[in-house]
Design a protein around this ligand. Sequence first.
Ligand SMILES: *[C@@H]1O[C@H](CO)[C@@H](O)[C@H](O)[C@H]1NC(C)=O
Ligand SMILES: *[C@@H]1O[C@H](CO)[C@@H](O)[C@H](O)[C@H]1NC(C)=O
Length: 512
Amino acid sequence: MMFRGFLFCFLLYLNGGWCKRTQQIRSFPDGFLFGAATAAYQIEGGWYEDGKGLSIWDIATHTVPSPIKDGSTGDVSADSYHLYKRDVELMKELGIDFYRFSVSWSRILPNGFADKINQPGLDYYNNLINEMLDNNITPFVTIYHWDLPYNLQKLGGWTNPLIVEWFRDYAKILFDRFGDRVKFWMTINEPKQICYEGYGSDLKAPFLNATGIAEYICAKNILLAHAKVYHLYDESYRKIQNGTIGISLSCTWYEPASDTSDDHQAAVDARQFDWGQYAHPIFSNAGDFPAEVKQNIALKSAEQSFPKSRLPEMSAAEVALIRGSSDFFGINSYTTKLTYRDASLEGMYPVPSYMDDMGAVMIKDPSWTQAQSTWLQEVPWGFYKLLVEVRNLYDNPPVYITENGWSTAGGLLDEGRISYYRSYLTALLDALDEGCDVKAYTAWSLIDNFEWKNGYTEKFGLYEVDFSSPELTRRPRKSAHIYKEIIRSRQLNLNYEPEDFIHEHDVKEKGA
Ligand SMILES: *[C@@H]1O[C@H](CO)[C@@H](O)[C@H](O)[C@H]1NC(C)=O
Ligand SMILES: *[C@@H]1O[C@H](CO)[C@@H](O)[C@H](O)[C@H]1NC(C)=O
C-alpha cells in the first residue's frame, strides 16, 4: 500500500507536481458548506411571461440563423419558473446546505431601469426563497449571471460607464426586497466570460466581437459596478441584514507546457489575463490591473499605433474603491490548460485582441480525460495548484468554490462525473491540508440546463431533466447519490457505492 501510494505520487509528480493522497476516507472540516448552483436564463423558462422584459440571451436565441449549436432557446428550458417547488425537493433530497441561483434582471426591471418594478418577478423569487427557507436550504443569490436587459445592451451594455449606476439601482432593489432573508450575495458571475467572450469575441451574447477594445472597457466597468454594489451593501445593509457579499471569477489553471522561462512566463501571463485581471484589482494589496496585463497591452497598443493603451486606466480613487471590495473569493473552476509562448503568433489571433495581447497559446494534454464539452478535461492537480496560487498571491483569502462540474452527453449512470467530483474534492482536501481557507463547495449544476451556445448538447446536472417530456421530469443521476452521501457524512469515501441506485437502475433497464 505504501509502495503503491509512493509510486502513484511519483508518477503524478512527473505530471504536474501534485501528489494525490491514497487515503480512501477523508473528512471535511466543521462548518464546511456544500451546495449546488444554477443560473436564471439556463433553467427558468418563462422568457416572456408575467411582464418580464427581454434579455440579450432572449434576443440571441431568437436570431435567425440561430447562433446556438442545436438551434434551441431557453424559452422553456427546465421551466423552473413554474417547477421551482420540485427543484427545492431535489435540494432537500440531496441535503445541500445552500443553493446558488441567479436573479433575472429583466424579470425584476423589464426595461433594465429602476423606474418600473415588475411585481410578478419579485413574487417568483420571494416564493423560491421562502420555499427554500421552509426546507432549511440557505439561498445564495447571484445578482448578475449574464442575462443583461436588452434595453441596456442597446445603450452599449457593459461598455457604457453609466451601467455602474444602473447595476447599483438594480442591486439595491434586491437588497431591499430579499435581503431580510438572503445572507449570501454574489454581485457578478465570471466577468471574464462576460467581457472577453461577450464583447471581445463572438462566443457569448451580445457577440460584439470588438476584439482588443471592448473587453477592456467592460472589465473596468464591471469592476466598478461590482465595487459600488459591494460598498452599498457594506455601508447601508450589512449592519441590519448581517450578510456576506463577494464576486466569482472563472479560474482556469495554466501550466507551463515546458520548463523554458518563456513558457513559464506565458503561463503567468495567461493566469493574469484570465483571472488576475479581476482578482488583482480586488484581492491584492496594491490593487489596479496586474502589471503583466498593463505592460502587454501597452506594448502591443504602441506597436499598433494606438495613441494610448487600449486598457483603460484606473484613477487612484477607482483603485481604492475596488481594492478589498469582496468578503470572499468566489472561484468557478473546471479545468487546466498547457501554455506556451509562440513569438510570432502569426495568423493565430485577430489583431488587436485579448488573445494576441496575452501572447500565449493553450493546448490540452491528450492523455487527460475529456468531458462532453470540448474545453473541459479532468485535471485535479491543476485545481490544487490554483487554490495554492490564490492563497499565495492574495494573502489566503476566504474562498468559496462557487462552481465545479462535469458534462456528459446524458444518461443516469454518470461514472465520468463521479470520478471528476471525487478527484476534485480530493484536490480540495489537499489544498485545505496546505492551509488554503476554502469554506464552501458548489456543484455545477443541480439540474440539466441550457448550456449557452451549446444549447442542450451538454448535460451538467446532478439531476437529469427529460426535456422531451411535457413534465420536464427530473431524475437523480448516480452522481447525485454519491454527492448526497458526501454531504450526509461530511466525508469523501472513494469506495462508496449507492446500492439503491444500482437496484433501481437495474429494474428500470430490465423493465424497459
Ligand atoms: C451574523 O451572522 C453571523 C454568522 O454569519 C452570526 O454568527 C451572528 O450571530 C449574526 N449576528 C446577528 C446580529 O444576527
Ligand atoms: C471578429 O473580429 C475579428 C477581427 O478582430 C475577425 O477576424 C473575425 O472574423 C470576427 N468574427 C466574426 C464572427 O465576425
